[in-house]
Write a protein that binds this ligand. Structure first.
Ligand code: SF4
Length: 357
């Protein structure tokens, strides 16, 4: 019999499933308390649950998590986890400590079909979407690895385009936000997209409160299309109104991620275009110095180039600007560098106009 993963269920669904199996209504509450408050996931250790109920739980449910295959530790404190899934595919998850924060970066797909040139994951193509339990399972696993309540922020910036796996991502976020489960505040969860317009619209329509980050990297169509094939299908003139609409129903500003690539997107024309594009969107800009990856000719930006860009943008920009110093570069855990290896499945064919490189 196929067991249901506890990590795939909202509290109401767990309650319903248990009642159907002849259990009392309070059993779900007990179970969730053990799992999320006491950090016990072995049913046999749940001392206030009767032997016959434990048998039922063992027969119908599983609390299996992705397996940690390898841990890479960066000099700057960042940890990258290579996780093995049930079907022998691999994903990556990263923990990034900074000041008072501990940010968990999770994956939403095995690989990705969106083909962004600056991203290692794109080289894999899309192998498959992660299931709800594989997404929430990363969060529970990270809690186990770090001590239960230390993670302060969750970002969907690992492998995959979250809006290409929207249904599962939305359900996973509902579970992560649920008071009875992970109890994460919406302001501490960020979904990052390359700009999938129908997904942005759908996310907004669900009413789910979550922060949105958009990987922008150029506010000039020709340049953006050169490094992000999605821009051919959804150019800036389509992206902008979609984001303006999104902010009308969201309490949060949009974060624009802008990877600084010397000789490509760092001159005054780029800055003016960036100012023009972002100026009338409730947003902030996050500048990220480029992390070289094998096979690409771009060089890393020097400190001087980054500072000059920042200074000029401070003068020009109507929205706040921050510089994100990429973390975990020595272990390939920084932005754009995630690419789980040894995948079992072959890539799926492209859909929705996506192009592999
Ligand atoms: S940057 Fe994101 S959307 Fe683009 S290829 Fe990489 S994982 Fe996919």
């Amino acid at each position: 019999m196929q067991k249901t993963s506890i990590w795939s269920l909202l509290p109401s669904e767990l309650e319903e499933a248990l009642i159907e199996l002849g259990e009392k209504r309070f059993r779900a509450k007990q179970l969730l308390n053990w799992i999320f408050q006491q950090n016990i996931i072995d049913f046999t250790q749940m001392s206030n649950i009767s032997k016959s109920s434990i048998q039922t739980l063992n027969m119908h449910f599983t609390t299996e998590l992705p397996l940690v295959d390898k841990i890479s530790q960066s000099d700057d404190g960042t940890s990258k986890y290579l996780l093995k899934l049930k079907d022998d595919n691999y994903i990556e998850m990263v923990l990034i400590p900074a000041d008072e924060k501990l940010t968990l970066c999770i994956s939403s797909q095995v690989g990705c079909m969106r083909g962004c040139r600056f991203c290692s994951t794109s080289k894999l193509g899309l192998l498959r979407n992660l299931t709800v339990d594989e997404i929430t399972g990363q969060v529970y696993l990270a809690r186990q690895l770090t001590g239960s309540f230390r993670i302060t922020n969750i970002v969907f910036m690992g492998m995959g385009e979250p809006l290409d796996n929207l249904e599962n991502v939305i359900k996973a976020i509902r579970i992560i936000q649920s008071d009875k489960c992970f109890a994460f505040s919406p302001r501490r969860i960020t979904v990052s997209t390359c700009g999938i317009i129908p997904g942005i619209k759908q996310l907004s329509e669900t009413g789910l409160k979550v922060k949105l980050a958009v990987s922008l990297n150029s506010a000039i169509d020709e340049k953006r299309s050169e490094i992000m094939p999605i821009n051919v299908k959804y150019p800036l003139s389509v992206l902008k109104p979609a984001l303006q609409k999104f902010t009308k129903t969201s309490p949060f500003r949009i974060t624009f991620e802008y990877v600084l690539i010397p000789g490509f997107n760092m001159d005054i024309k780029d800055q003016k275009a960036l100012r023009k594009f972002t100026g009338d969107i409730s947003s902030k800009i996050n500048l990220i110095p480029w992390n070289p990856i094998p096979g690409l000719e771009w060089k890393k930006s020097s400190e001087k180039e980054v500072n000059n860009f920042m200074k000029m943008m401070y003068k020009l920009s109507a929205v706040p600007i921050t510089l994100r110093n990429s973390r975990g570069q020595d272990i390939n855990a920084a932005c754009g560098m995630l690419a789980g290896k040894k995948q079992k499945s072959p890539p799926l064919p492209p859909i929705d106009g996506a192009d592999y490189l």
